[in-house]
Write a protein that binds this ligand. Sequence first.
Ligand code: SF4
Length: 334
Amino acid sequence: MPASLLARKIERWFARNQRRFPWRKTYDPYQVWVSEVMAQQTRMEVVLAYFERFLKRFPTLQALAKADDDDVTAAWSGLGYYRRARMLRDGARAVCARFDGAIPRDVEALVEIPGIGRYTAGAIASIAFDERAPIVDGNVARVLARLFADESQPWERATELVHAAKSPRDLNQGLMEIGALVCKPGKPLCHACPLRDDCAAFATNRVDAFPSPKKKPATRQLRIALYLVTDRRGRVLMRRESGPLMNAMFHLPHGDTSLLTAAPIAVSPKELLGTFRHTVTNRRIEFEVFSATAKRTAGFAWIDPASDFPHPSYVRKALRLAGIEGQRPLFARP
Ligand code: SF4
């Protein structure tokens, strides 16, 4: 089938079936950029929960450009992969400095901005500005691989389709939506697919063969003790830690260095408050949360749990487990 007819099918399907996302109301370039960065490595339901909050905090690119690391990581808290948030802020600063605060519309200029790679540049150019820029993310790559029964040239296929489209914006989002809602990784809904009559993998009964399976990194199981040390004012002892996965955020004292890299604090555990599971990349962690006392607290800070301190989501889970969430802790203090 000619690319123009395929493109038309995708665009028509998108017009009828698109999900109502907040950034699709105006296609404001800043909002499109934020949504794309949030959607990397994060499920869309989670993105939706955080998008409005982030936009409330930083309604414009200029507001984000002025934010410091703590503001950005606090507003991003819960989404994980915090480096993305700081890169987004750095990108906003570059747009203010180099483009007078106006996000450029062409891919060549966009990829010059820190944190914007080929995919994000294509997404901003096509979705915000309706430019003929291709995009290939995991969803699009899967749809194209099955549609053509060939996964060797996703960018070439995406380029051909976007050049044949009436609306690059609708074509690219249509491909992404078909990948997310119909041509799903495990169980594609071929009976509901607008491309079924054109799909080479479907026609040859090889849907399961695309994309070809990749080896997953081995999962590591860890058990880590966390210590909740509080003072008389209900503040919690924490330390800002840097290094891989630490993201310069506040972490709880712990008894392990395999994930939390800084040296463990010397504490006296008192009572096991509970356990919870948490996953970070390929690590499955069972956290054991103890109330504890500490004699030496040098290098640590007393943090008010009700304040807006930058922290990873496991810290909030531990505080919640102990009944501390913007309120006084339930267990005994030193
Ligand atoms: Fe994917 Fe099935 Fe549609 Fe082919 S027919 S694009 S495999 S959902």
